[in-house]
Design a protein around this ligand. Structure first.
Ligand SMILES: Nc1ncnc2c1ncn2[C@@H]1O[C@H](COP(=O)(O)OP(=O)(O)OP(=O)(O)O)[C@@H](O)[C@H]1O
Length: 772
């Protein structure tokens, strides 16, 4: 970045813009013409070599919501006239600077007080900080081809954004680790108090260095600066009991609902247990960051409030609030513009029976799905329905700001047997069933009226109950270019979603503003079937109906490459997480998987073995040399990228068409989830190559099955029009989400958030999923 630009953005490095000082330089807040803030760290003297080189070599490869993003750097030599021994001479002034995303809430060090008095951060915020820091560290240790050891984790290197999301900074001492896992250094690194004993004694560097530092940070965050090291003077059990009870027991009782205290108390204890294990003297006894994140995720699943009542379905909310006035066609800038005219309704079945429901609107024509909405809520499961009001401008304008009472839904519910209404949600069948059941004696059909409230402004909607959460936000997009999604990819850094559609179109759009950024014409003239982002190259790769691959640079807006890869429609594309490899497969008779090495002039390697269409290729997150492919030939195959030996290919026989596949870890063991055409998702344990479980509940084929990247849940999407959420540890079905947009074809998870995007027959839905 030019020095002149940084000067302009920081008001010539004015004192008012100074936000912090480190050993190597000062940090200023810079603001660009559009009002976006960045942090500019100007380095003293000749620190370029040391810190900038380190940053430039490591940080641009790192993209994670819990890692501070480097935006650019400046290295300029300016000729200035200075006075020297009474003469004017020309001298060189060196300007070295690093530019980062700006984090307005300072570093974690500010929030750690000596005694950690009661007025400090509440438990939920502390937990979010612990979890976010662990997620960031997991990415550094386990999410990259060459792991990064931070070497200087401490509270002043954890910065907070406006929502108190922690972001790891301070990579000046970080090390890239290759094959070896341990190293010895001669140069002093780290921060006193956060360095592990093996480093102090023998300068040993390993991932356990960071784990030790993490343990100290968690201890300080939970116990305060002054007495956190008490762990060293007593048994771990005693320390955990002492801190959990004395420090947190009463505090949790004072600050949260009684139904939530026990779950959070267990979470406090687990965090203390993790911290104490992290600071073990023997580094081999410390947990890995993967284990830590898994333990934390498990505490989140146990936070289920236990409430009871006699109703078949607990309905929330009892008033359906729709916000009108926004046209999704218009690019939207302001926050208020993110309102949509959809509303989520949660039907919670706390019992052990299947409960059928039928939701009837008194003015059906106002809603997207004109038929009554219906389905079956499985036992101990929540069904989330998305209701979408037609986004009709005239209608919105003719409405008063709050319109209550005139419009309502009636929810009918009844217990059904194992095999009753076990098909797709066909409303005519449900209407008939409810009619007959009402006539029969002894069958209780419960009815609840749900009023509709329409608002034009968020401020108008003050009528919903404050005691209940408002539920996840849902946006439904039903424009002509959002129909019949054939594939979907979510950009991991930018707020972009790319969809391809059955009509052969492609669209990249910003899901925050809804603006279309690219369409098919930017990439190719041919109809496409599937497309992916290659983030590190700033590319879009698209596979067309004729078997060609088109590579487009989305930043330069130019074609990079276009070549014929297969002889018929490309069915799947996959981008290797670290190597310059693109995988493709097609409908052609050979059913080959081809690997294209773009660093080697798109050299091709072929993988033979499938005898039916390959539907998906997925890389093993724990072994970048291995990948799995699902096929309509009834198998999933696991391949080694390097090996040509056919005997090394592992074949799992599904007995059904494999339509999608993903890896996940359960109890430290790798598994695969495979979406099949027989309405089930099969779970395979990799070590024993056994089918260990089947997720059964969908009423049509499973088109997509994935592990959520942030939560311990598995997600399945089906032609039955629903997405289902399963606990990845217990396999319990937690939530059914019905969008009523027809068959679900594809979905994507947004990294660093709980949002999912679902591509359906009649449009696209975006929603935040929450752990029940
Ligand atoms: N990206 C940022 N956004 C907002 N404030 C920041 C940012 N980076 C740093 N700061 C502020 O500046 C202070 C100093 O940051 P700096 O990176 O220089 O610290 P340091 O790592 O201790 O320094 P050094 O690496 O030079 O020893 C931080 O504690 C924080 O308050």
């Amino acid at each position: 970045m030019p020095w002149s630009l940084l000067k302009e953005m920081t008001d010539d490095f004015s004192a008012a813009r100074l936000v912090g000082k480190g050993a190597h330089g000062q940090v200023y807040k810079g603001v660009d013409k559009d009002g976006h803030a960045i942090a500019v760290k100007m380095l003293h003297g000749f620190h370029f070599d040391m810190e900038i080189e380190q940053m430039i070599s490591i940080i641009p490869k790192v993209h994670h919501p819990n890692i501070v993003q480097l935006i650019g750097y400046c290295h300029e030599i300016e000729q200035v006239v200075v006075e020297y021994e009474g003469k004017h001479v020309i001298a060189a002034e060196i300007h070295n600077g690093l530019c980062f995303e700006y984090l307005p809430n300072g570093s974690l060090a500010t929030y750690i007080t000596p005694d950690d008095e009661d007025s400090g951060l509440d438990w939920q915020t502390r937990y979010r900080i612990i979890k976010g820091t662990c997620d960031g560290l997991k990415y550094l240790h386990e999410g990259l081809r060459s792991p990064i050891i931070h070497m200087s984790l401490n509270p002043s290197h954890i910065l907070m954004d406006e929502k108190m999301t922690p972001k790891i900074a301070g990579f000046g001492s970080a090390r890239l680790f290759g094959v070896e896992n341990t190293n010895i250094t001669m140069s002093p690194l780290g921060t006193m108090g956060y360095m592990p004993p093996e480093y102090i004694d023998k300068q040993v560097i390993s991932k356990e260095f960071d784990i030790f530092s993490l343990g100290v940070i968690i201890l300080k965050l939970m116990k305060g600066q002054k007495s956190y090291h008490e762990w060293d003077f007593m048994s771990p059990e005693k320390f955990i009991e002492l801190v959990a009870h004395e420090k947190w027991g009463e505090r949790l009782q004072k600050t949260m609902d009684v139904t939530l205290v026990e779950g959070h108390f267990q979470q406090v204890k687990k965090c203390l247990e993790i911290a104490v294990r992290c600071v073990e003297y023997d580094r081999q006894k410390r947990p890995t960051i993967g284990e830590i994140v898994r333990m934390l995720n498990e505490t989140e699943t146990s936070l289920i409030p236990q409430i009871d009542s006699g109703l078949l379905l607990h309905v929330h909310p009892l008033e359906l609030t729709f916000m009108l006035s926004i046209s999704l066609e218009v690019p939207r800038k302001k926050k208020a513009a993110s309102m949509s005219s959809s509303c989520s309704l949660h039907l919670d079945n706390k019992g052990n029976d299947r409960v059928a429901f039928l939701l009837v609107a008194n003015s059906p024509s106002r809603y997207l799905a004109k038929d009554p909405l219906c389905g079956v809520v499985p036992p101990r499961c929540i069904y989330t329905l998305t209701l979408t009001m037609c986004n009709n401008k005239q209608q919105a304008l003719s409405m008063p700001s709050i319109d209550s009472g005139a419009d309502y839904f009636t929810l009918h519910s009844v217990v059904v047997g194992q095999y009753e209404l076990d098909k797709d949600t066909i409303s005519a069948e449900y209407e008939e069933f409810f009619k007959k059941t009402k006539e029969k004696a002894g069958h209780e059909v419960q009815e609840v009226a749900l009023n509709v409230i329409c608002c034009q402004q968020q401020a108008d909607c003050g009528t919903s109950s404050d005691s209940e959460p408002t539920g996840p936000t849902v946006e439904i997009i039903t424009k002509a270019d959002a129909l019949e999604v054939s594939s979907m990819d979510v950009h991991p850094i930018e707020p972009w979603i790319m969809t391809t559609h059955r009509a052969g179109s492609l669209r990249v759009w910003n899901y925050k503003t809804m603006a279309t950024l690219k369409s098919i014409q930017d990439v190719t003239d041919e109809p496409v079937n599937v497309a992916k982002f290659v983030v590190r190259e700033k590319w879009i790769v698209a596979g067309d109906r004729n078997g060609c691959i088109h590579v487009h640079n989305y930043e330069e807006n130019e074609e990079v490459e276009s070549f014929c890869a297969h002889s018929s429609c490309i069915t799947t594309l996959a981008v290797h997480p670290t190597d310059p490899f693109l995988f493709s497969s097609s409908n052609d008779a050979g059913h080959l998987i081809k690997l294209w090495n773009w660093d080697n002039d798109w050299e091709c390697k072929e993988f033979h073995g499938h005898v039916g269409t390959v539907t998906q290729v997925t890389f093993n997150p724990n072994d970048s040399n291995s990948f799995a492919s699902a096929s309509k030939d009834g198998t999933v195959k696991i391949w080694s990228i390097c090996s040509d030996d056919p005997s090394k290919i592992i074949t799992l026989k599904l007995d059904e068409h494999g339509l999608s596949v993903d890896y996940f870890t359960r109890n430290n063991q790798q598994h695969l989830i495979v979406g099949c055409n027989d309405k089930t998702a099969q779970i395979w344990k990799l070590e024993t190559k056994e089918r260990v479980h089947e997720l059964e509940s969908h009423t049509n084929l499973i088109s997509a099955a994935n592990l959520h990247p942030e939560l311990p849940i598995l997600i399945t999407g089906s032609f039955d029009g629903t997405v289902r959420i399963w606990n990845s540890i217990t396999y319990k079905l937690e939530n059914v989400i019905g969008f009523h947009l027809g068959a679900v074809y594809a979905f994507g998870c947004m990294k660093g958030s709980r949002r999912i995007v679902v591509g359906c027959h009649q449009g696209i839905a975006m929603m935040d999923i929450s752990l029940p």
